[in-house]
Design a protein around this ligand. Structure first.
Ligand code: AMP
Length: 222
């Protein structure tokens, strides 16, 4: 099964993708995670994209197409995949359609998650991420205490980088979030409508608990 999950930042794409990857046995390909890993490793790609990402802007279409072509050609992607965070522009959507035709693949379902801007800002401003396992969590779940240990992997320290495991992403602040939301509405929604011309697309309400949203997704995929 090949799936695409789209939606504004903070709508819960990562959480839902993690579950979907496990339950549908498809490989989860998050372009945001791949780029963040490149930034952390200090690779040439990481150096090129660091500023753009911190500002909440989009990385160039050419770079993204190169990255996705490469990733989809790898062995582990041949049994099905879930694209999370790609495509983000109309150009990427049409280039993806072309690429899939070339390699004889298709998309079974495009899922577009959405939620009101205020809810997204509330979620993202309190979001913390673990450098070690990449899980995200919300500060509101910890009361007045600032968490030190990641509740998912148990780490307090990222030994490789000698930094605390838990951190707030540089692009998770209100101004940048508002800008990223605008980028989503202006650039990414047109990409979704472009995919809809070719593949089944469903809009999913992203409000509620992760389990409620997962249930809505399951009912679309059944
Ligand atoms: P995400 O984790 O999906 O929110 O992505 C974080 C950042 O990575 C985005 O704000 C962009 O700067 C960059 N990025 C991820 N995927 C793409 C894409 N498909 N096209 C352009 N930039 C991307």
């Amino acid at each position: 099964m090949n799936l695409v999950i789209m939606g504004p930042p903070g709508v819960g794409k990562g959480t839902q993708s993690y579950e979907l990857g496990k339950s549908r046995e498809v490989i989860h390909i998050s372009t945001g995670d791949i780029l963040r890993m490149a930034v952390r490793s200090g690779s040439d790609l990481g150096k090129k994209v660091y500023k753009v990402m911190t500002a909440g802007d989009l990385v160039s279409d050419d770079l993204m197409m190169e990255l996705i072509k490469n990733r989809l050609s790898q062995e582990d992607a041949q049994g099905g995949w879930l694209l999370d965070g790609f495509p983000r522009t109309a150009f990427q959507a049409s280039a993806l359609i072309e690429l899939l035709e070339e390699i004889g693949q298709s998309i079974n379902q495009v899922l577009v998650l959405d939620a009101p801007a205020d809810e997204i800002i509330r979620r993202l401003e309190g979001r913390i991420t673990c450098r070690v396992c990449n899980e995200t969590m919300n500060l509101t779940g910890f009361g007045h205490l600032k968490p030190v240990f990641c509740p998912f992997c148990g780490c307090a320290q990222d030994a490789e980088r000698s930094k605390p495991a838990l951190y707030q992403r540089a692009d998770d602040n209100e101004d940048t979030i508002r800008y990223r939301l605008e980028v989503f509405r202006k650039k990414t929604l047109p990409a979704a409508w472009q995919l809809e011309e070719k593949y089944p697309l469903s809009e999913i309400d992203g409000l509620g608990t992760p389990e409620e949203v997962a249930q809505r997704i399951r009912s679309v995929l059944e």
